[in-house]
Design a protein around this ligand. Structure first.
Ligand code: DAH
Length: 343
């Protein structure tokens, strides 16, 4: 046994790396190591012998363990001094790194903003935490409207002093409340877009997310007509998707506009011939719009005889998916480098 100890200590002292040292440790003290096997063989011995040999083995085990520890810290010390002796070649080139760039949604958002800024729109902003009044009431969305349902809206309770709800707060479900805030603070003429995040209480799938982006538009003045709205949105579609892309206005309903419309654009995939993306219709839905409802003007104290206006709301994820040919909205939020680096 003394012989084994001697060899082990010798082998330990010869190792130069932690890996080599570990190999020696396993050879003697590992599960199937020489010392370990001897220790488990003890049970076969008679009692007085067992005691004696066991004691001896444990001393050897401790000596080997101590030697390993001591040698391990020596190896560490050597490595450090090697570094200080310039064993590391600092003239070698560094690891290559990627340049950052704007997220595809930010790129599309910027493009949309640019188009409208070039048409004379200013950029307005509003809070993402809104009151029931701005998000719904002042937009002529009555108390029993389905979009007020808890399923669609994230409500936030703010406690008053006596434990009651002080004010009904929520995460805005659209950028339309910015229309109201702008009109409360400004007299016509108004020409703004309001880009930003909106929130809906819904399950995430390929075309839904609980947070997404919209760009709201609002123009109010004397003699603003539906023709102005049509012109502006047609220009938007052409600038965004190409000069030869047709768009059409389809009657629709929104509580805050009358008349209301949705704009469809020619399907980019089949160029209007009909395919699976456009359900064989040749058209895909793009945005909602309309002439500002007189009720909304009344809420902000505008003279409904004097002023007219149009409004629109564009879903940025939708525009980005069509423009970049992406069929799953979740890709925008997963921050997968292989996906992001393509744009
Ligand atoms: N706020 C609507 C939504 O989120 C979109 C919308 C439709 C905005 C028509 C408008 C509009 O300004 O006129 O679904």
């Amino acid at each position: 046994m003394k012989e084994i100890e001697k060899t082990a200590i010798e082998e330990i002292s010869k190792t130069q790396t932690q890996e080599e040292l570990e190999r020696v440790r396993l050879k003697y003290l590992g599960k199937k190591g020489i010392i370990t096997e001897k220790l488990s063989g003890l049970s076969k011995l008679a009692l007085p012998e067992k005691k004696m040999v066991g004691k001896e083995l444990n001393i050897i085990k401790k000596n080997i363990t101590d030697a390993i520890e001591k040698h391990s810290s020596e190896i560490k010390k050597n490595v450090l001094s090697d570094i200080s002796k310039n064993v590391i070649d600092t003239t070698l080139p560094g690891k290559p790194f990627d340049f950052g760039k704007l997220h595809p949604l930010t790129q599309v958002m910027n493009e949309v903003k640019n188009i409208f800024v070039n048409l004379g729109f200013n950029i307005a902003t509003g809070p993402e935490i809104e009151t029931d009044y701005y998000n719904f009431t002042a937009l002529n969305i009555p108390k029993d409207h389905p979009s007020r349902d808890m399923q669609d809206t994230f409500y936030i309770g703010e406690q008053g002093n006596n434990g009651t709800m002080k004010q009904e707060l929520l995460l805005r479900t659209h950028t339309s409340p910015v229309q109201v805030r702008v009109m409360e603070n400004q007299k016509p003429p108004i020409r703004i877009i309001a880009p930003g995040k909106v929130y809906r209480h819904e399950a995430v799938d390929a075309s839904h997310s609980f947070v997404f982006h919209q760009v709201e538009g609002l123009a109010v003045d004397e003699d603003v007509t539906f023709a102005d709205l049509k012109a502006v949105l047609e220009i938007f579609v052409k600038k965004m998707f190409g000069e030869n892309i047709a768009s059409r206005f389809r009657p629709s309903f929104f509580p805050f506009t009358e008349p209301s419309a949705e704009v469809d654009m020619q399907c980019l995939i089949c160029k209007g011939k009909g395919c699976s993306v456009c359900s064989q219709t040749g058209w895909v839905e793009l945005l909602g719009c309309g002439m500002v409802h007189p009720k909304v003007f009344e809420f902000v104290g505008y003279d409904t005889e004097k002023y007219t206006g149009y409004a629109f709301g564009i879903g940025i994820e939708r525009v980005a998916m069509l423009k970049l040919g992406i069929d799953n909205m979740r890709l925008f939020y997963e921050n997968d480098m292989d996906f992001l680096s393509q744009f």
